[in-house]
Each structure stands twice: as structure tokens, then as C-alpha cells.
Design a protein around this ligand. Structure first.
Ligand code: NDP
Ligand code: 2IT
Length: 448
């Protein structure tokens, strides 16, 4: 672990004391604070006005009961969260995660990351995150609908197109956004498109939003490779997960000339040396909502490894796209040893601090999540723009906007790292560039 600047150490200590047990939140905060020492030297006004302390404290945290009745008539109770972290740059913006592991510490880490990520996009969006410990696996559509309706019956009073705009994350996709939008509309009697993003294409959704996070992450890696006079062409790639982000990461890697040989879900991974059959993965995951192991029913040559570690497969480009802390120090060392030259994080905080250190020490191109996966939320902001002027753009135009945004984020991170004496270090570049934009806005608005 890198040591913290002496002015920043007590701030981190206070975060630990004030947020006991929230280990993922501590991890995310520490990773940003490790980058900020030189910023306080250049900008003493940020220290004077306690910008770091203020940014580490969410503006508002909401926790609520979500009671619902399941298919068997049984009453179920879950816990709902929305952490409205920072609204200096725009309305709170960030996804909702439905997964049994969800608790306040996970939502706070995600909300904290979102503040910097959204700042990097250059779009007018603040940071927030929410979700529930509800487990969508194995539930009927009716269960999902009743849960989403109950969840929105409380959430609606906290959100709005100018206040807080949720979207999807793990366990929340187009189906769930539809059920939540329907309930919001019913309760408020408002057809307010801009209150949620990731909507269906015939009722206010934006083309490219579904693909955006994966496409954007691949574009980010493409930019990192270009700096090194390299490209995806002919590269063997591994993408973890097989959900929304993984699927469209694989699609864009294929379009850019790479070959993805493995993907996974939480039960195991598929290795297909001929290249992952993306249409089949989409059929299994997006349409049938089954497990990835059934891939081998059609492709007998492919291998399914139950409970296996996907990072042991040799590759030149690794794109973790499942969940937090899925690459530890050992996995990172194995990737580097096997010839990995670039890592682009589609997921949020998928690499542990030990893993990040391995990548940085090895000098490989490492794109942290808050920069590499910002294409999803950036395209959510494009959806909000289209909603605000009741317009809808075509696929090519919207994708071109996304591509340019990713190129700008890359450039911003790259140049900021150089300016602060850490060339090629996208962690430092992303943290500092994201922090400065938010801090300047907060400074201008006074102590609020
Ligand atoms: P999905 O729910 O569509 O897919 C999640 C995938 O990750 C599934 O394959 C799932 O496997 C796997 N996964 C989830 N939790 C775990 C776990 N605890 N251990 C192992 N595997 C797990 O989610 P998304 O694709 O939307 O999200 C993936 C990542 O990308 C998350 O970190 C999310 O925060 C991040 N992200 C998402 C954005 C978006 O626009 N959707 C934007 C930016 C980042 P299984 O089905 O077995 O659970
Ligand atoms: O982590 C993320 O950036 C997301 N889940 C997307 C958030 C959004 O508002 O589109």
C-alpha cells in the first residue's frame, strides 16, 4: 500500500472511524486519497475549504424497507438504499444494484467512485448509487415486477429528472427499469422521461445505452494501446462476467480485431479457443436468462471450468467486467507473467490494491474503472439530453459521441498523469482529473 500524504492521513482515519465496517468504501476512498497529496500542494485552497473531507461525506443517505409478496403468496422483506453522494456538477446520477451482497458499504463505494467517474465524462452529472440486497436469480417476472414496484414506492420521493437519476447496474437491466418507470409514472402522474436512464427504445431510451459501457471500455483500451503504438488487432483477450458489460465488451473487441477466448459467471468460466460465440452468450444470458455452463451443450469443443479462476488463462488484454475485487495480487502477477500488456476495467473496482500495484509496477497499460467504464454513464447523460429536447438520435451519431467522450477521458487522464509527474499512470490521472473538476465546482458554490 502506498503511504498517504501527512495532511491526508487524518482525513482517511476519520473516514474509517465514521464508517465502521464498510470495507469496500474504505478501499475506494483510500485509492483516491493516495493520489491527492500533490494536488493539495498545487491547490492549498482545496485544503483550506476542506474539499477532501466534504467529498468523502455523502450529501444524503437513504435506507428503506422494501416489502413485497412473492409468487407463492409469501411476504418478503428486503432493504433498499440510495446514497446521494455529490451534486456539485449536476443531479445525482448512478445505477441501482440488485444483488444479495448489497449493503451500505458497497453502495457507498460505488457512489464515491461515481462522483469522479461522472466528473471525468465532462457531462453535467453528479454522483450517486443505490440498490437492494434483493436476489433476482431464479425469480419469476412477476416477482421482479412486484419487487421493483415496492422499491419505487419509496424511491420515487427522492428522485427526479433534476434531482437524482438512477439507471442499471448488476441485476438491473431494461426489464427492471421498465417496471420501475411504470411505477414512478403511476405514483407521480408524470411522464418524466429523464428520471431514469436505460429505458426501452420506444419509450425514451437512447440507442447505444445498452452497448455503451462495454463499447466504451474497449475504446478506452484501444486508446491506451494506441499510445503504445499498438492495437487490438490479433490480440488474445479474456473478459470476465457474461452480463451487460461483458457482452458488449466482447462485441467491440471483436470489431476492433481482437479475439476473446473466455468469459464467465459467478459459478465458473468458459474457455473457447476458437473465440467466444457471442450470439450464443446473448441467447443464454439476455434471452433465456440461464447459466453460462450451458455454452458447452452447443460447443462441445469448449471447456467449462466450474469455480475456476478465469485469470489463469494466458491473454494479452484482460477486461474484468463482473464485480469488485475479482483480481487479487496473485491473479495480477499471473496475468503479467503470462504476457498481459493491457487491463481495462469494465467493472467497478475489480482489482484489489495489491493487484493494482502489480500492474503499475509492471508498467502495463492499466485503465481503472472510473475512467474505462465511464461510457455507460456518459451515454446515460446523452439519454438525458435527448429526453430534455424530446429527440432521439441515430445509432451511428450516438456511438460517435460515446467514442469521442472516451477519447477525451483517456486524454484527460493521460495528460493529468504527465502534469503530476506520473506519466502513463491512469490511476493518478483519473483520480486527480476527476477530483479537480468536482472541487472547483464545490469551491465556486461556497460551503454547502
Ligand atoms: P450484470 O448483472 O448484467 O452482469 C453481471 C455479471 O457479473 C454476471 O455475469 C454475474 O454472474 C457476474 N457477477 C456479479 N456478481 C458477481 C460476484 N459477486 N462474483 C462473481 N461474478 C459476479 O451486470 P453489469 O454487466 O451491468 O455489471 C458488471 C460490472 O460492471 C459491475 O461491476 C458494475 O458495477 C459495472 N458497471 C456497469 C455499468 C452498466 O452500465 N451496466 C456501467 C459501469 C460499470 P452471475 O450471473 O452468476 O451473478
Ligand atoms: O457504474 C456505473 O457507472 C453504472 N452502473 C451506470 C450508471 C448510469 O447512471 O448509467
Amino acid at each position: 500500500m502506498t503511504t498517504l500524504d501527512e495532511k491526508i492521513e487524518p482525513i482517511y482515519k476519520a473516514v474509517l472511524d465514521r464508517n465502521p465496517g464498510e470495507v469496500e468504501f474504505h478501499q475506494a476512498v483510500r485509492e483516491v486519497l493516495e493520489s491527492l497529496g500533490p494536488v493539495l500542494v498545487k491547490h492549498p485552497e482545496f485544503a483550506h475549504y476542506k474539499l477532501i473531507e466534504r467529498i468523502c461525506e455523502p450529501e444524503r443517505q437513504i435506507i428503506f424497507r422494501v416489502p413485497w409478496v412473492d409468487t407463492h403468496g409469501k411476504v418478503q422483506i428486503n432493504r433498499g438504499f440510495r446514497v446521494e453522494f455529490n451534486s456539485a456538477l449536476g443531479p445525482y446520477k448512478g445505477g441501482l444494484r440488485f444483488h444479495p451482497s448489497v449493503y451500505l458499504g458497497i453502495i457507498k463505494f460505488l457512489g464515491f467512485e461515481q462522483v469522479f467517474k461522472n466528473s471525468l465524462t465532462g457531462m453535467p452529472i453528479g454522483g450517486g448509487k443505490g440498490g437492494s440486497d434483493f436476489d433476482p436469480k431464479g425469480k419469476t417476472d412477476g416477482d421482479i415486477m412486484r419487487f421493483c414496484q415496492s422499491f419505487m414506492s419509496e424511491l420515487y420521493r427522492h428522485i427526479g429528472e433534476h434531482t437524482d437519476v438512477p439507471a442499471g447496474d448488476i441485476g438491473v437491466g431494461g426489464r427492471e427499469i421498465g417496471f420501475m418507470f411504470g411505477q414512478y409514472k403511476r405514483i407521480t402522474n408524470r411522464w418524466e422521461a429523464g428520471v431514469l436512464t436505460g429505458k426501452g427504445l420506444n419509450w425514451g431510451g437512447s440507442l447505444v445505452r445498452t452497448e455503451a459501457t462495454g463499447y466504451g471500455a474497449a475504446y478506452f483500451v484501444d486508446e491506451m494501446l494506441k499510445v503504445r503504438k499498438d492495437s487490438f488487432d490479433g490480440k488474445t483477450c479474456v473478459v470476465s462476467g457474461s452480463g451487460n458489460v461483458a457482452i458488449y465488451t466482447i462485441e467491440k473487441i471483436n470489431q476492433l480485431g481482437g479475439k476473446v477466448v473466455a468469459c464467465s459467471d459467478s459459478a465458473g468460466y468458459i474457455y473457447d479457443e476458437k473465440g467466444i460465440d457471442l450470439e450464443l452468450v446473448q441467447q443464454i444470458k439476455e434471452i433465456e436468462r440461464r447459466r453460462i455452463n450451458v455454452y458447452t451443450e452447443k460447443h462441445k469443443h469448449a471447456k467449462y471450468v466450474a469455480g475456476g479462476n478465469i485469470w489463469e488463462i494466458p491473454c494479452q488484454v484482460a477486461m474484468p467486467s463482473a464485480t469488485q475485487n475479482e483480481i487479487n495480487g496473485k491473479d495480477a502477477a499471473m496475468l503479467v507473467k503470462n504476457g498481459c500488456i493491457a487491463v481495462g476495467e469494465g467493472a467497478n473496482m475489480p482489482t484489489t490494491p495489491e493487484g493494482v500495484k502489480v500492474f503499475l509496477d509492471a508498467g502495463i497499460a492499466y485503465g481503472p474503472g472510473k475512467a474505462a467504464n465511464a461510457g455507460g454513464v456518459a451515454t446515460s447523460a446523452l439519454e438525458m439530453q435527448q429526453n430534455a429536447c424530446r429527440d432521439s438520435w441515430d445509432f451511428a451519431y450516438t456511438e460517435d459521441r460515446l467514442h469521442k467522450i472516451m477519447q477525451n477521458i483517456h486524454k484527460d487522464c493521460y495528460e493529468t498523469a504527465e502534469e503530476y509527474g506520473a506519466p502513463g499512470n491512469y490511476v493518478i490521472g483519473a483520480n486527480i482529473a476527476g477530483f479537480i473538476k468536482v472541487s472547483r465546482a464545490m469551491l465556486a458554490m461556497g460551503v454547502v
